[in-house]
Design a protein around this ligand. Structure first.
Ligand code: FE2
Length: 284
């Protein structure tokens, strides 16, 4: 007898979240474990592309480096399963953006009070195009397969920082391999101890305080409004042959939404040792 196969539909990450579940401190974010039903998670995990596919012919990038495939590379490529292509298509669509703005519209509004006027439309009505595709858009959405390559010396893939200033909403969906037993690789949320000041997009460790850690666990999800307040980082990861796996979600404007205030020259001289430590591991 043929085994019955259940056709899975791609999960919609924010569809069932209620606005009151959004946490506002130290900046607007939402996180949960067991983000999607376990049967669909298992299928997504089984069909998650391998490191070779993600490297896409490039030589291995080095120890604990982020390598990725974007929506532009994934949609229409039959090497990726129908379930994954549907997942990427949905999370770069106007339907997905409606849920982002249903939950985060007011938070975006208070963080970026001039943005709707500048665009000429309410956040909820913005025209959406997947990143890398042609077409008039107010916001471009990306969905990416990401792996942090095997770790040969204990490092953080990314110390405390905010995402690039043309990004206003970011999310992560973790696919930790069950054989991966090393500690670290968790998502750390920080708050400022003082007025924000940056070296490019990074903060000095002395300026920020760890508020919350979201464990790098299978089927866990986090999202946040990116702004000068949105300091986050990845905790140092132990030595392992197993890549750290996740889906990265990006919402990108055609211009900068904010300008991270840089340390002045005197401060740069004063903290030069800490700055070189912060910038040294700026790998992408
Ligand atoms: Fe980031």
């Amino acid at each position: 007898m043929l085994a019955a196969t259940v056709e899975q539909r791609a999960p919609h990450m924010l569809e069932s979240v209620r606005p009151e579940e959004v946490v506002t401190q130290p900046y607007a974010h939402y996180a949960r474990q067991n983000a999607v039903p376990s049967d669909v998670y298992q299928q997504l995990e089984a069909e998650f592309p391998g490191l070779d596919t993600i490297l896409n012919g490039r030589a291995e990038a080095g120890s604990n480096v982020a390598v990725r495939l974007t929506v532009k590379q994934v949609l229409g490529d039959r090497r990726f399963s129908p379930l994954w292509r549907e997942f990427f298509e949905y999370h770069t669509s106007g339907d997905y953006w409606r849920h982002v703005t249903r939950l985060f519209g007011n938070h975006l509004r208070s963080e970026f009070p001039d943005l709707e006027e500048k665009i000429g439309r309410r956040f909820e009505d913005w025209r959406v195009v997947p990143r890398g595709f042609a077409g008039e858009a107010d916001i471009r959405l990306d969905c990416q397969f990401v792996m942090n390559t095997p770790v040969r010396q204990v490092t953080s893939v990314k110390t405390p920082h905010v995402d690039l200033c043309d990004k206003i909403f970011s999310a992560l969906f973790y696919f930790r391999d069950s054989r991966d037993q090393v500690s670290g690789g968790d998502f750390d949320i920080y708050r400022w101890r003082r007025e924000p000041r940056f070296i490019k997009h990074r903060s000095l460790d002395r300026d920020v305080e760890l508020v919350k850690t979201l464990t790098y666990a299978p089927n866990s999800y986090a999202c946040f409004v990116n702004s000068p307040l949105a300091i986050h980082g990845v905790s140092p990861r132990g030595i392992t042959d197993i890549p750290r796996r996740y889906i990265n979600f990006i919402a990108e404007l055609p211009f900068k939404a904010f300008e991270p205030k840089q340390l002045n020259r005197l401060q740069q001289m004063w903290y030069s040792k800490e700055i070189s430590a912060a910038v040294q591991d700026d790998k992408y």
